[in-house]
Ligand binder design. Structure first.
Ligand SMILES: [Zn+2]
Length: 353
C-alpha cells in the first residue's frame, strides 16, 4: 500500500481520545516516543505505514480510520450529564466528544446514497422570538401532530422526524447522552445505554430541545432544554389535574402513565402549582428516605430504536452487504460496530449473512 493516501494526525487524536488514552499511554503501548506521537498527531511528521499499523492495534480501529478526511466537531452544549459538567474529568469529556464524532463519520457513510424519507422534520425555533421553551415545546408537539397527554413512545416520535437515536456504551456512567446536528446531515442523539427508561426519555427530550432551539452556546441553554423537555413530556394543560394531591404511591402510578420518573413528576407538580412548595418539600424528603432518588420503583423498559436498524437492513438487503463490509465502509472495528449499531437487536436482529 505504498501509493495509498496519507494518514491524518487529527484522526489519530480522535481515535486515541475515544480510547481514553494519553499520548504517553499510546507511546507506551506502541513503543514510540511520546514526542513522536505528539508530532504525528499535529501533522509535523508523517504517520508511517508501520506506525499506523501499531496505532490501529492499540486503539482498536482499522488502519483506514486514519485516512479519513472528515472535519471534526466540538459538541458545544449538546451534552447532558446527570451531574454537573464540572465533575466530569477532561479525558472523559474528550472521550465523549471523540466518540460522537466517530459516530457522525460512520453515520454519514451509512447514509451516503440512501434515499431517506421521514414523515416529519425537525423544526427550528428561537427562544424569545418564537416564545418560551415551553411554548416552543407546544409548537413542536403541534407540528408533529401529537395527541394531548403522555407520549407513549418518545423514540418513535423522534425517529419519525428523521432523527437517529443510538444507544451506546459510553463506559462513563455519568454521561446520559449527547447530540449532534450538522447542517445538511441527519441529526442524531447518542444515549447512554445504561440508563433506566425514564431517564432515557428525559435525556432524549432535552436533546431534542437543543436541536430545536439552540444553534449557539449560552448560559441559559441547559435550563431552556429542561423547560422544553418538561413541557414536551408533561404538558401543563394535560398533566395538572393528574398531579393534584400527589402522594408517593400516586407518583409511582403516574409514572406508568406519563413515563416520567417520580422525581420529575414531583418536580413538575410544583412547577405547575398542583402542589404547594411545602408539599413538594415533604414529597422530596420521602423520596430520599425510601432510597428512590437512587433507584425508583416501576422501572420503565427502554424504548427500542428502529431508524438505525432499518438503515443497516437497507445495506444488508438492498446492497447485499455483510457486517464486515459495513465495517470496512465505516472504518469501524467490528466489536464497536456491533455494539453501537446492532445492539438492542441482540440475537433477534442478527444479520443473517
Ligand atoms: Zn443539555
Amino acid at each position: 500500500m505504498t501509493d495509498a493516501a496519507p494518514y491524518f494526525g487529527e484522526m489519530l487524536t480522535v481515535a486515541r481520545e475515544a480510547a481514553k488514552m494519553t499520548q504517553t499511554d499510546l507511546a507506551r503501548a506502541t513503543g514510540y516516543d511520546q514526542s513522536v506521537v505528539s508530532r504525528m498527531e499535529s501533522g509535523d511528521i508523517a504517520i508511517t505505514e508501520s506506525a499506523a499499523v501499531e496505532f490501529s492495534k492499540a486503539l482498536k480501529v482499522p488502519v483506514s480510520f486514519f485516512r479519513q478526511t472528515d472535519r471534526l466537531y466540538g459538541l458545544g452544549a449538546s451534552f447532558l450529564f446527570h451531574r454537573k459538567r464540572q465533575t466530569i474529568p477532561n479525558p472523559d469529556l474528550k472521550k465523549i466528544q471523540a466518540e460522537v464524532n466517530i459516530i457522525q463519520m460512520q453515520l454519514s457513510r451509512l447514509l451516503r446514497g440512501v434515499p431517506l424519507e421521514s414523515e416529519y422534520h425537525v423544526p427550528t425555533f428561537e427562544v424569545g422570538v418564537d416564545g418560551s421553551p415551553a411554548e416552543i415545546a407546544r409548537l413542536v408537539r403541534a407540528e408533529w401532530q401529537l395527541p394531548a397527554g403522555p407520549i407513549r413512545n418518545l423514540v418513535k416520535v423522534v425517529e419519525s422526524a428523521g432523527i437517529f437515536v443510538i444507544y451506546h456504551r459510553f463506559h462513563i456512567p455519568k454521561v446520559d447522552g449527547a447530540s449532534l446536528w450538522i447542517t445538511g446531515l441527519s441529526p442524531f442523539v447518542v444515549l447512554n445505554e445504561r440508563m433506566p427508561g425514564d431517564r432515557t426519555r428525559w435525556t432524549l427530550a432535552h436533546e431534542l430541545g437543543h436541536m430545536v432551539m439552540h444553534r449557539s452556546v449560552s448560559k441559559s441553554i441547559e435550563d431552556e432544554a429542561d423547560e422544553f423537555a418538561s413541557e414536551f413530556l408533561m404538558p401543563e394543560r394535560d398533566i395538572t389535574l393528574d398531579l393534584r394531591d400527589l402522594t408517593l404511591p400516586k407518583a409511582a402510578n403516574l409514572k406508568l402513565t406519563w413515563r416520567s420518573s417520580m422525581q420529575a413528576l414531583i418536580y413538575r407538580a410544583k412547577d405547575v402549582r398542583a402542589i404547594t412548595p411545602e408539599k413538594y418539600k415533604s414529597l422530596y424528603i420521602q423520596l430520599s428516605k425510601h432510597g428512590f432518588r437512587k433507584a425508583e420503583p416501576n422501572e420503565l423498559p427502554r424504548e427500542e430504536t428502529s431508524n438505525i436498524s432499518n438503515l443497516i437492513r437497507y445495506h444488508t438487503t438492498e446492497n447485499d452487504m455483510s457486517v464486515d463490509d459495513l465495517c470496512r465502509m465505516t472504518h469501524s472495528d467490528k466489536d464497536w460496530f456491533e455494539a453501537t449499531y446492532l445492539p438492542a437487536a441482540g440475537p433477534r436482529l442478527r444479520i443473517a449473512k
